[in-house]
Design a binder for this molecule. Structure first.
Ligand code: FES
Length: 106
């Protein structure tokens, strides 16, 4: 039957080096999806211009919710992403050494 599964598709996101993980709903920017799951990444503008949230994608694929993510061609080629405007298109492994896990934060 068509339309029985109304739950949104999710992608598993793993942060390195901590190994912490969460499920990101499809279509939700990574910064927000992480925050909803109890993880905080550094951020400021949240619109892809300030680069405060920059981190490196180890594996997986993202797309952007804006046409102008503040990354150079070389940075994109090296795997850098801006989680405030990046949206998962697959399971991801992200190098996020500055991650704050709200479950274990002091
Ligand atoms: S918070 Fe500014 S670019 Fe992501």
């Amino acid at each position: 039957m068509i339309g029985v599964d109304a739950s949104p598709e999710c992608f598993t996101i793993i942060f390195e080096p901590s190994g912490r993980r969460f499920e990101a709903p499809a279509g939700v920017a990574l910064l927000r999806a992480a925050r909803d799951a109890g993880f905080v990444l550094p951020s400021s503008c949240r619109n892809g211009t300030c680069r405060t949230c920059i981190c490196r994608l180890v594996s997986g694929r993202v797309r952007y919710g804006v046409d102008w993510p503040g990354l150079s061609v070389d940075e994109k080629a090296e795997g850098f992403i801006l989680p405030c405007v990046a949206i998962a298109e697959s399971a991801l492994v992200i190098d996020a050494a500055r991650l704050v896990d709200l479950d274990v934060a002091p």
